[in-house]
Design a protein around this ligand. Structure first.
Ligand code: MN
Length: 439
């Protein structure tokens, strides 16, 4: 459990003016990690921390005398071209570096000039995946999403009985995970055309996105040794944005009985920035289960998880069509919700994942499952918003979408804000659908 300390003080300020920009994602209370380099250079990718409109270069900072002890050891690990070694150091090292960076960046720091020389403008940076991802697991843990999807076809339907007893998941594909800015071809696969009785091999006709959060595993566990629910968060480094692109027509035909395959393995996009659980501490929320629903089995239920297992992370999806970009119009907002509605918590996902003896490793990635809220306009996938394509969503200027078209760029954003706490953001996650290859 992460407690509030001086690094969450709403009144803390940085000597870097842009850290105080109203509505900014990266004030001194946030300090998220990415792997970056100056755009267009052959430099090594290395770890960096966002502050205002800059990236603090951890390789450069590690070479100064600004850090020492555990914080220096942590910064050196985080200065590599992937954050896995830093993740493996664990919560005490993560906290030591957070506290040291906070002191260096705070108004009045005697080291401001040294640190300023280690800043790279975000506008001139490019990013790569923040870690070498060994395994990727995608959950299915939003009851609103699950019900919305079921009820497109069967208005009275309920989720399968296991949904309310366990956080469901399948093992996903790592090789096609890309960082924000990813472009990929519309997938080919088998699907059954409307009115037909047999499948055809053709480009996906029902291309969709899924708004999720990416949960980055910090320290792993030994095979056969499960992670208890109350220890789960000590194994989570942080959270970023994740788009679990989905080919709905391919998915419907292929997924019984073993689950998604072509429908999901062609691309997954993550944000470059990972916000630490420590930074998210002010935005914890109670996790609850409606009294009429099954209550979790004991291994998925503790007082600590009930008290503060949820996170109030605001999320939005925007669509920027090729035509809008060509005509100089901005993106259209499709939806907005909060992660606090999720039926299962991130700690429950980790505890359940390891309950059977499966080990997790530093840099493993967990998709939260599509995040849909209870109200209209809160759905995290286009298939829900457009009711299976039957009620296309207006984009403005006469454009509408039942499913995604070639050239569409989907932009996901996330942030936290509330009175008495600093607003912190997750940045953005964008990706673009390109035309399919010929079948
Ligand atoms: Mn998904």
């Amino acid at each position: 459990m992460h407690l509030l300390d001086h690094t969450h003080d709403v009144n803390a300020r940085s000597w870097l003016a842009s850290a105080q920009a109203p509505g900014g994602d990266f004030p001194i209370q946030n300090l998220p990690y990415a792997v970056f380099r100056r755009r267009g250079t052959p430099d090594m990718f290395r770890g960096g921390v966002a502050i205002g409109d800059q990236v603090l270069d951890l390789a450069a900072l590690s070479a100064t005398s600004a850090l020492d002890g555990t914080a220096l050891q942590a910064a050196r690990a985080a200065a590599q071209s992937a954050l896995n070694d830093f993740f493996a150091l664990g919560p005490a090292a993560w906290r030591a570096l957070r506290h040291a960076l906070f002191a260096l960046l705070k108004d009045g720091s005697a080291q401001a000039d040294t640190v300023r020389a280690c800043l790279v403008p975000q506008a001139g940076a490019e990013y790569t995946l923040p870690a070498r991802i060994g395994d990727y697991t995608d959950f299915y843990t939003s009851l609103d999403h699950a019900l919305n999807c079921m009820r497109i076809m069967y208005p009275e339907a309920d989720v399968t009985p296991n949904f309310r007893w366990m956080p469901q998941a399948y093992h996903g594909r790592v090789s096609t995970i890309g960082v924000s800015g990813q472009q990929f071809r519309r997938p080919l696969g088998q699907s059954v055309p409307q009115g037909a009785r047999t499948p055809a091999f053709q480009p996906c006709a029902r291309m969709d996105y899924e708004q999720e959060l990416g949960i980055w595993i910090g320290c792993g566990n030994a095979m056969g040794e499960r992670i208890p629910l109350d220890a789960a968060e000590a194994h989570i480094f942080g959270i970023g944005l994740l788009n679990d692109w989905s080919a709905r027509d391919i998915q419907v035909w292929e997924m019984a009985p073993l689950g998604p395959f072509h429908a999901k393995n062609f691309a997954t996009t993550v944000s470059p920035w990972i916000v630490t659980l420590e930074a998210l501490a002010p935005y914890r929320a109670a996790w609850s289960r409606p009294p009429a629903d099954p209550q979790p089995l004991p291994y998925l239920d503790t007082p600590a998880n009930r008290a503060a297992g949820a996170f109030d992370i605001r999320l939005e999806v925007w669509l920027h069509s090729e035509r809008a970009r060509r005509e100089g119009r901005g993106p259209a907002r499709l939806s907005g919700t909060s992660f606090r509605h999720q039926y299962w918590s991130i700690a429950q996902m980790v505890a359940h994942h390891t309950a059977g003896g499966c080990c997790l490793n530093p840099g493993d990635l967990i998709g939260s499952g599509t995040i849909s809220g209870p109200g209209p306009g809160e759905a995290g996938a286009l298939v829900e918003l457009a009711h299976g394509g039957q009620r296309p969503v207006a984009l403005g200027d006469g454009e509408e979408r039942g499913f995604l078209q070639d050239g569409d760029t989907v932009v996901m954003r996330g942030w936290c804000e509330k009175p008495g706490a600093a607003r912190i953001g997750l940045g953005e996650c964008r990706g673009t659908v390109l035309p399919a290859l010929p079948a």
